[in-house]
Design a protein around this ligand. Structure first.
Ligand code: FES
Ligand code: FES
Length: 151
């Protein structure tokens, strides 16, 4: 059965098993591979996308659950907050291997959308579900504060 939703501002209808995780529908069917697979059990954050503006673990959501919703992936980030985050990420050289970073950025954008001037505690709470094997956590926190100054 096909599932229809908005993906990065474009209406899509994907003819896939309704139980297919959203992550695989995005990567394998829609061809957007910026969203990564890490654990598959909602524990690492590598697969984070926005569903109706909320940071969500796409590995653990059946595609049928987003029918009629607005899904944004790393490829679809384009607003002022997103640009500020990406610019601060570059400025502070946050990325090491990069594997976790699309998920980190998706969570950071969702945080700054809800809390424009987050405290360290806000950042820790919002980002705690995003694991980085390269331990870029300190630079991520600095980059979020830096982005907040320019929003
Ligand atoms: S791959 Fe989805 S949270 Fe790890
Ligand atoms: S930058 Fe390597 S896992 Fe995060």
């Amino acid at each position: 059965m096909a599932t229809s939703f908005e993906l990065n501002g474009i209406s899509v209808t994907l003819d896939v098993d309704p139980e297919m995780p959203l992550l695989w529908a995005i990567r394998e069917k829609a061809g957007l591979v910026g969203t990564k697979y890490g654990c598959g059990i909602a524990q690492c954050g590598a697969c984070t996308v926005h569903v109706d503006g909320v940071a969500s673990r796409s590995c653990s959501i059946p595609v049928s659950a987003v029918a009629g919703s607005k899904v944004t992936t790393i490829e679809g980030l384009s607003n002022t907050i997103s640009q500020a985050v990406q610019s601060s990420w570059q400025k502070l050289n946050v990325v090491q291997c990069g594997y976790c970073q699309s998920g980190q950025i998706m969570s950071a954008v969702a945080l700054l959308t809800d809390v424009p001037k987050p405290t360290d505690a806000d950042i820790d709470a919002a980002m705690s579900g995003n694991i980085c094997r390269c331990a870029t956590y300190h630079r991520i926190r600095e980059a979020i504060h830096d982005a907040a100054k320019s929003i």
